[in-house]
Write a protein that binds this ligand. Sequence first.
Ligand SMILES: Cc1cc2nc3c(=O)[nH]c(=O)nc-3n(C[C@H](O)[C@H](O)[C@H](O)COP(=O)(O)O)c2cc1C
Length: 171
Amino acid sequence: MQQQPLSRLAEEDIIAAIGQEWMLVSAGTPDDFNMLTASWGGIGHLWNKPVAFIFVRPERYTHEFIARNERISLAFLGNEPQAREAYKLIGTRSGRDLDKAAATGLTPIATPLGSTTYAQARLTLEGRKLFQTDLRAEDFIDRTILDRCYRPEQGGLHTLYVIEIEGIYTP
Ligand SMILES: Cc1cc2nc3c(=O)[nH]c(=O)nc-3n(C[C@H](O)[C@H](O)[C@H](O)COP(=O)(O)O)c2cc1C
């Protein structure tokens, strides 16, 4: 795994990478981790640090792993058919019921700071949790988002996590 400078992110169309390519949000070590597919989030500059922010609904199994671990990784798998299949399975099945790495053929590997990414990832960001908060319905200024994204069958309001980007890795 090659460490990359922060400027590596300038090569990414990050809105498209998150929103269209998607990413795996993982927490835990390679022998005790879980991951989900995410397509919401961002990269930015906050509190004088490079940060990423992600949104995880409380019922996700990954939510429990994020609570137990100091760091989170964001793994970008690309757009090849095998990656699309992996994103779909990992984004529709829970790690409570299935070994999602085994089911998708992904190879979990340790990151330099002790989280988990995958041998197949084209890009991985790793960061330390700085902040978390549970979204509240009363804080939505545009209430139509609640109707579109928070119908009861879609699950609970997300926990927002801000992580400090500490590592950027390519294979
Ligand atoms: C394209 C796509 C994007 C998703 N984005 C998110 C997200 O940003 N936050 C979230 O909590 N779940 C998101 N999900 C749903 C989780 O990936 C899904 O519920 C997953 O099965 C949870 O797995 P777990 O229970 O093992 O954590 C997304 C799913 C897909 C297919």
